[in-house]
Design a protein around this ligand. Structure first.
Ligand SMILES: Nc1ncnc2c1ncn2[C@@H]1O[C@H](COP(=O)(O)OP(=O)(O)OP(=O)(O)O)[C@@H](O)[C@H]1O
Ligand SMILES: O=P(O)(O)OC[C@H]1O[C@](O)(CO)[C@@H](O)[C@@H]1O
Ligand SMILES: [Mg+2]
Length: 528
């Protein structure tokens, strides 16, 4: 039986989600029964855990009777949320945030004396993952005679706390949006402002054009209020503006001190979060009472641990237009080849999901899976086969795919990200040349929607995600956390230390079931 940690948890259904159980769902009231069924089904071989074996951290020594505890302790240490009280003396006070709408004329405004109390306790956890360990006696990762051990890993639930660490009327809060655009930025800004005001914060500002706005001459703070941000979610882009490249951390923290900022909400991708963590560390070093809270943003969905980043869903949806247009062109042309290039620098999530959702793609190419163009197993031979058998073909390529086939560009953007060579144009030329050399006819229709997939307003599901993330970011800051970010893990809203999400970039796992579902859907072979 898995050891039972002592905090309050949600997320048992996700234990079953992690099993390949032929869709069987157990509705068990008792938590221990759920775990037992889960373990027995795993033992019987009927279900297989899809979580990967844990990386050897800390060094695993199965003969040590405390090996399980040591893994748990290491996890607890890494996922413990950094808090203001770690470095300065701060006293908690009862929250001013009310879960009920305030009655502007009634008595006992916002009183919670009776009824639902929806505050989250610091002890509340959501399930991140269940890890299977094979028997110490078995050589490989498989359990011998069902002799497996399971370790559950739980992360901190996000949401409003009963005790807060700031006096709202004295707080100055700032919001900054960095990196590339992403649908939903305005929704998050709006919700942060609404929630801050609900706590009673009066001084809210936006930093213009990303981290640059802290120091660049001629750029000044943008005052924010419910009235100002009321309708900004109706448009894409960022109300505050974005940029790449940045001043140094020291300059940014000097500016934070100079401006008297107490809470900084940072909306951005992996680079932005690395910057946010550096700012948080510098504030700690200077013993400043400043909470730095991130909200992961990127259409590429390349942030570790969280289920998905906001904007990703919308980008996938926006890509459908391009795919559908290319499909109509290709299908209507004699020997048509529709080619669509989508964003995704090092991670192919947009291309994979757009291919899966459209159902119109024959070949999906992502950065994580290399491919050959030539030879009997190459992409061009498969294209010929598709044209012969189907009459036309559709390709969806992520911008970061096949870079090894191209001349490397050594350029970087202002943030230091590599500038990629153009795989879309390369494929277009190669396909044209190949068919010409073979004396075959092919009509290649190339569509590169570029910024059109991200310069749109958030769709309904992203808008909801943004709403909750924006609100939770504010709750996290008032709870005294700093150096954290917020997202969903197994559908539950959580806080994570930034250090854990910036350890690396999230990629499509070529051995994942999702990539194999994509291959099943496209019917493409291995191009090697
Ligand atoms: N390692 C780092 N340390 C400190 N700041 C960083 C770091 N990497 C990037 N930044 C800063 O963070 C900001 C955004 O970075 P970047 O342009 O890489 O976008 P991103 O946040 O990764 O989002 P996107 O998904 O659009 O790429 C820039 O101002 C950049 O200078
Ligand atoms: O041209 P920009 O604004 O630097 O951004 C392009 C990049 O930003 C993203 O949209 C997000 O990282 C990538 O998919 C893309 O490569
Ligand atoms: Mg990035």
């Amino acid at each position: 039986m898995a050891s039972v940690p002592t905090f309050n948890k949600v997320g048992y259904s996700t234990v079953q989600n992690r099993l390949n159980c032929n869709g069987n769902v157990h509705l068990c009231k008792s938590r221990s029964l759920k775990i037992r069924i889960f373990e027995e089904r795993a033992k019987s071989g009927f279900c297989k855990l899809v979580t990967r074996a844990v990386a050897a951290k800390p060094e695993l020594n199965f003969s040590d009777p405390d090996w399980k505890q040591k893994i748990q302790d290491d996890f607890e240490r890494r996922f413990n949320l950094p808090h203001l009280r770690d470095v300065i003396d701060v006293e908690p006070r009862p929250t001013t945030f009310s879960l009920k709408a305030r009655n502007p004329i009634g008595e006992g405004n916002g009183s919670l004396s009776s009824g639902w109390n929806g505050y989250v306790n610091d002890d509340d956890r959501a399930l991140l993952k269940v890890i299977k360990f094979a028997s110490p006696n078995s050589a490989g990762a498989e359990c011998v005679d069902g002799d497996c051990s399971f370790i559950e890993q739980w992360v901190h639930r996000a949401g409003p706390r009963k005790m807060i660490y700031y006096e709202p009327s004295c707080v100055k809060a700032a919001i900054v949006t960095c990196g590339g655009l992403c649908p939903g930025l305005n929704d998050v800004i709006r919700q942060i402002v609404f929630t801050l005001e609900k706590y009673g914060v009066k001084n809210i500002v936006g930093i213009p054009f990303g981290y640059r706005g802290f120091t660049e001459k001629g750029l000044s703070e943008i005052p924010l209020s419910r009235h100002i941000v009321q309708n900004i979610n109706l448009e894409g882009g960022s109300f505050l503006g974005v940029s790449r490249g940045a001043p140094t951390t020291t300059e940014i923290v000097d500016s934070i001190q100079g401006k008297g900022i107490d809470m900084l909400f940072v909306l951005g991708g992996d680079g932005t979060h690395a910057g946010a963590n550096a700012i948080h560390e510098e504030c700690r070093r200077r013993k400043l009472k400043v909470s730095v809270v991130g909200v992961p943003k990127t259409i590429d969905n390349d942030i570790l641990l969280v289920d998905k980043t906001f904007g990703f869903d919308t980008a996938v949806e926006a890509a459908q237009k391009a795919i559908n247009s290319a499909y109509i062109e290709a299908q209507s042309a004699y020997h048509g080849v529709g080619l669509v290039k989508l964003m995704g620098r090092t991670s192919g999530f947009i291309a994979m999901h757009a291919s899966l959702s459209s159902g119109q793609i024959d070949i999906c190419l992502i950065p994580e899976v290399s491919f050959n163009l030539d030879g009997p197993n190459g992409l061009l031979a498969h294209l010929e086969h598709l044209i012969e058998t189907k009459g036309f073909a559709m390709i969806c390529v992520a911008e970061g795919a096949g870079q090894e086939l191209l001349e490397k560009s050594h350029a970087t953007d202002a943030s230091g990200n590599a500038v990629l060579s153009d795989i879309g144009v390369h494929l277009q030329q190669k396909i044209k040349r190949h068919f010409k050399e073979k004396g075959l006819y092919a009509d290649v229709k190339y569509i590169d929607p570029t910024y059109m997939v991200r310069a749109v307003r958030a769709n309904a599901s992203d808008a909801i995600l943004c709403t909750v993330l924006g609100q939770n970011a504010v709750h996290g800051a008032f709870a005294g956390f700093s150096g954290i970010t917020t997202g969903t893990c197994n559908t539950h809203y959580v806080y994570l230390p930034i250090t854990e999400v910036i350890k690396s970039t999230r990629h499509v796992d070529p051995n994942s079931r999702m990539w194999h579902r994509c291959l099943t859907s496209t019917g493409q072979p291995d191009f090697h």
